[in-house]
Design a protein around this ligand. Structure first.
Ligand code: PEP
Ligand code: MN
Length: 386
């Protein structure tokens, strides 16, 4: 922590700061500049905060240098973490596609969506049994029956399940079915829920609150970590801005910022960010380019009948375009896409070539062209039927 004195602070005022810090068991290092003096504090930052140094005469500013989140910070853990969900990695060496319906509606719809997701390369199935809806009149999810459907679809497809829990009282129930617990944007600051998922023994997908700063998001992650669970994946899903053309504004900067501040993996939800099917593929490409460790997208066999978020659900051509992008783009950035139709666990850092004819790891001259509509015809394997 650093205390900045005003330009006209006198020696007595400087001494008063030093004395207060020493009395609290800390050390104070005074450094006198040409125009002002600053005092560096070493010791227990939380205790220094309770000293109310800002209120002392001659003090202009008190700055915190170390971050307030300890367990999830990169300062204390420089190596990036990989989180495993049912054996599937999410981390710096891979790229993970999570897909599925926004909500579990019926067994048939969930299975169809899971098969679409898998054919597109998804290795984890998303789907809400408990839905946190803005309107109390909207479909709230099937609850326990939805969890049972997810478990059946997992058995049928082999895809581990990511599903949301909205109430601390349901954590045990949801954890008994899920491979990963999702905490949604509306619950990012529900501290009782964060603590409960921290004790549930399952990895956690922590969505950023729609009005939360990156620091608040990381503090929420700290709540989970503090209960002994460091298997946390951060999810940027768009924030509220003045813009009305999109449901939310995808904060692309949050990806490198969170990666710089925390060792936790970061995935992006382009479906809830844009709220529009036509934006999902462009936003996914942007997320991959900005360094995301994976994406989570909504798919639905018949979006026009979806009970939740149909306008953003992928189907047909858009899903095919996404499948191409998640296969071709991550290798350009040195990541191995951990996709359903690829061999598991290739050596970390050895990116397969985007074009099978090219040398391993080489970057096509026109990277944009590589993921365009013609890419499928350039020898890239077809992930799902055209
Ligand atoms: C969801 O993923 O189904 C969801 C409700 O997302 P968010 O919490 O980001 O709105
Ligand atoms: Mn949704």
């Amino acid at each position: 922590m650093v205390v900045v004195m005003s330009t006209d602070a006198d020696e007595a005022q400087i001494d008063a700061v030093v004395d207060r810090v020493n009395a609290a068991g800390g050390e104070a290092f005074v450094s006198r500049g040409v125009s002002r003096t600053i005092i560096g504090l070493v010791g227990d930052v939380e205790q220094f905060q309770s000293l109310n140094l800002r209120a002392l005469p001659g003090v202009t500013e008190v700055l915190r240098v170390s971050v307030p989140y300890k367990l999830v910070s990169r300062q204390n853990h420089p190596r990036m973490s990989t989180v495993y969900v049912g054996g599937v990695p999410i981390g710096p060496d891979s790229f993970t596609l999570i897909a599925g319906p926004c909500a579990v509606e019926t067994a048939e719809q969930t299975l169809a969506a899971a098969q679409m997701a898998k054919a597109a390369g998804a290795v984890l199935l998303r789907g809400g049994a408990f839905k946190p809806r803005t309107s109390p009149y909207a479909f709230q999810g099937l609850g326990r029956a939805g969890l049972e459907i997810l478990a059946e679809v997992r058995a049928e497809t082999g895809l581990p399940v990511v599903t949301e829990v909205v109430d601390a009282h349901d954590v045990e129930l949801v954890a008994s079915y899920a491979d990963m617990l999702q905490v949604g944007t509306r619950n990012m600051a529900n501290f009782a829920l964060l603590q409960a998922v921290g004790e549930a023994g399952r990895p956690v997908l922590l969505k950023r609150g729609m009005s939360a700063t990156v620091e608040e998001w990381l503090m929420a992650a700290e709540y989970v970590a503090q209960r002994g669970n460091l298997d946390i994946v951060l999810c940027e899903r768009g924030i509220r801005t003045f813009e009305t053309a999109t449901r939310n504004t995808l904060d692309i900067s949050a990806i490198p910022i969170a990666h710089g501040l925390s060792h936790l993996p970061v995935v992006v939800d382009p479906s809830h960010a844009g709220g529009r099917r036509d934006l999902v593929v462009p936003l996914s490409k942007a997320a991959i380019a900005a360094g995301a460790d994976g994406i989570i997208v909504d798919v639905h066999p018949t979006p026009e009948t979806a009970l939740c978020d149909g306008p953003q659900a992928l189907v047909n051509d858009d899903l095919r375009a996404l499948a191409q992008a998640v296969r071709l783009l991550p290798p350009l950035l040195g990541r191995v896409p951990h996709l359903e139709d690829q061999p598991r666990s290739p050596k970390a850092g050895t990116a397969p070539a985007a074009d099978p004819a090219a040398a391993p790891g080489s970057v096509p001259a026109d990277a944009t062209g590589a993921v365009g509509a013609t890419a499928a015809g350039a020898g890239a394997p077809q992930l799902i039927p055209q």
